[in-house]
Design a protein around this ligand. Sequence first.
Ligand code: ADP
Ligand code: MG
Length: 260
Amino acid sequence: MALFELRRVSKTFTQRGNPPFKALDDVSISIDAGECVAIVGESGSGKSTLARVALRLLEPDGGDILLDGESVLAMPQGVWNQRRLSVQPVFQDPSSAFNPRRTAQSSLEQAIHQCVPREPAAPRERALELLENVELRPAAEFLARYPHQLSGGQRQRLGIARALATRPRLIIADEPLSGADVSIRAQVLNLLLDLRDRDNIAVLMITHDMLVARALADRIVVMHRGRVVEAGATRDVMNSPTDPYTRRLLDAVLAVDIEP
Ligand code: ADP
Ligand code: MG
């Protein structure tokens, strides 16, 4: 059984004056425990809509979302409020993801307090451990920092630390590298790889960048105009894409890629 699954999910936006717009059209994806799946597609292909639906920030019009084979949409809000802690988001812009008036310690402890069962360690000790996990060191020094006292890359890592606070089994990361410069991108990418390898946390990585997908993912799902146009093992999709759109995405990056 898959850890998490979107099954034939659709989402149409209706705006006054515009015809209805199908942002997600019959999308199915699944992810196993400890697996990294990349959702790739150019801007406007529906990736963020997919992330928001998967996190239940947006209700789909049709289809189902399953966690451990159980329908998330059918869960009473109270049940979901607990179960959702095992599915955590990491967003693109870490500066808007934090309350500017909270220190790192306060943000992390807020997340730690949600845990059921309760963390055995004192919240401060657990917060230190989380900062160590994302290599914000010396951790004790970072506890007292406010978001504006962190660099972009440090904020992104704090965002990951906070996502880890509830001991998730799945992280849904929507373009977590887009705002960052090249060296920070590599750090965050390596951190996400470590989480998978060390803690067996599944990662659903949403990116417009085929090379990021290749570096991180076990499987790649290609989206185009709200539909899945290709899905397969990373090696297969990279080496022998079947869909013309995937081929175009690949040609665009391979033209500037010097590695084999
Ligand atoms: P991506 O993340 O791949 O760039 P999005 O999921 O953000 O794509 O958007 C897909 C399409 O849905 C875009 O054309 C966007 O304009 C449209 N869209 C997204 N959110 C809304 C909304 N709340 N209302 C209307 N249209 C939306
Ligand atoms: Mg997006």
